[in-house]
Design a binder for this molecule. Structure first.
Ligand code: HEC
Ligand code: CU
Length: 382
């Protein structure tokens, strides 16, 4: 009986033929993933049991209230205080129901936790307050794009506090916990059309910008998705040289922000803002800088014509690709190398950003009035 019920729910040939996979009900939005029939079936099953017992219990309560109400001074005989069949009945029947609910719930849980081998992996970073999606070829996006008809596995981590990843229409939800990787998977067979999308919510209140974590999921037909990923992977090449500092810089700075602040305050690494009187990270590479490195040496003494680094750019580049070469006092060698992760243009974008730090807010976003020929450029920034 159980397998028949379940396969009725999941293998109905009418499902999957078009949108939606499961219908919208009073309680649930349309389901749009392969696990939706399973989840909705269990949800509805438990819900109908609740309706049934609600009506039964409340109904009997009203009947008894009416039947045994006090009438005049009439005195009733004591009622029976034991009924073996009744007690066996209300013990055995609920037990069977609860065990059945456990069984189907556990089955759904196993399906939700068993990732198919051929799943397409996307890395998800949660932070205050955005999601960042990273695809196997290095492409990144703020909204999630997935291929239709293919299992997708999300490997998730948090950069700060507890977040929770929820796609309502896919019936999947998973906490994203700092210091730990969590994952979930789903498969959406029907592409979203045009402007259509599914919602992503963060369902763990994570601060004032919590609602900024409402993002979109677009399901693209497989070939269209492949083209999109390739295009998206080239985002840095599409930014013009003049715009690198404000279009690409802040994007890339996100990978540095956990250690380098912009306001001079102490972090895991030296702030890019002024903290020792030598100015910001760019200004302190100038001749005469007393910014201390390698246990008491002045940074100004190793940069300049004929010195170890001809140009400040040379020093900054080395600091990013080979961070252990010179250590800023009193920091240890904890910065990871970005060799192989940042292209030459990426490094260029970061150095250009350092040269323009006064045009950035302390959170790494560019000040709107600093954007060159605002209007046209700002509109094209997307
Ligand atoms: C895990 C923490 C961490 C991350 C992430 C990190 N850094 Fe660093 N960074 C440090 C530490 C610690 C130092 C000081 C020791 C040293 O010089 O290697 C440093 C030093 C630097 C310096 C030299 C600063 C100075 O005052 O002379 C530069 C430039 C730099 N990092 C750039 C970057 C860039 C660009 C990124 C992102 C792409 C980045 N760092 C990401 C920890 C980090
Ligand atoms: Cu959040």
């Amino acid at each position: 009986m159980i397998p028949t019920l379940l396969s009725q729910a999941t293998n109905d040939p009418a499902l999957g033929a078009g949108l939606p996979v499961t219908p919208k009900t009073f309680w649930l939005p349309e389901g749009a993933s392969t696990i939706a029939p399973e989840i909705d079936w269990i949800f509805n099953f438990i819900n109908y049991i609740n309706y049934f017992f609600f009506v039964l219990v409340i109904g009997i309560m009203f009947v008894f209230m009416w039947k045994y109400r006090q009438r005049g001074r009439e005195v009733y005989a004591r009622g029976p205080n034991h009924h073996t069949m009744l007690e066996l009945g209300w013990t055995i029947i609920p037990t069977i129901i609860v065990v059945f609910i456990f069984f189907i719930g556990f089955k759904g849980f196993i399906i939700a936790k068993t990732v198919p081998d051929n799943a397409y992996q996307i890395d998800v970073t949660a932070a205050k307050w955005y999601w960042k999606f990273k695809y196997p070829n290095g492409a990144i996006s703020d909204d999630l794009y997935v291929p239709a008809g293919r299992p997708v596995k999300l490997v998730m981590r948090s950069e700060d506090v507890l977040h929770s990843f929820y796609i309502r229409d896919f019936r999947v939800k998973q906490d994203v916990v700092p210091g730990r990787y969590t994952s979930l998977w789903f498969q959406a067979d029907n592409p979203t059309e045009g402007e259509d999308f599914h919602h992503i919510f963060c369902t763990e209140f994570c601060g004032t910008g919590h609602s900024e974590m409402n993002r979109k999921v677009f399901v693209l037909p497989e070939t269209e998705f492949d083209n999109w990923v390739v295009e998206q992977g080239r985002w840095l090449d599409k930014v013009s040289d003049e715009d690198l500092w404000w279009k690409a810089g802040p994007q890339l700075y996100r990978a540095c922000a956990s250690c380098h602040t912009l306001d001079g305050s102490v972090g895991t690494g030296p702030s890019w803002g002024n903290y020792d009187g030598n100015g910001n990270v760019w200004e302190r590479t100038k001749a005469g800088s007393t910014h201390k490195i390698d246990g008491g040496k002045n940074l100004g003494d190793i940069i300049g014509p004929g010195k170890e680094y001809e140009t400040p750019e040379g020093y900054l580049r080395e600091s990013i690709l080979n961070p252990g070469k010179h250590l800023v006092d009193p920091y240890g060698n904890v910065m990871p190398t970005f060799k192989g992760q940042l292209s030459d243009r990426g490094i260029q974008a970061l150095i250009d950003m350092m040269k323009n730090l006064d045009k950035f807010n302390k959170d790494g976003t560019v000040k709107p009035d600093a954007i060159p020929n605002a209007g046209g450029a700002a509109g094209a920034a997307k």
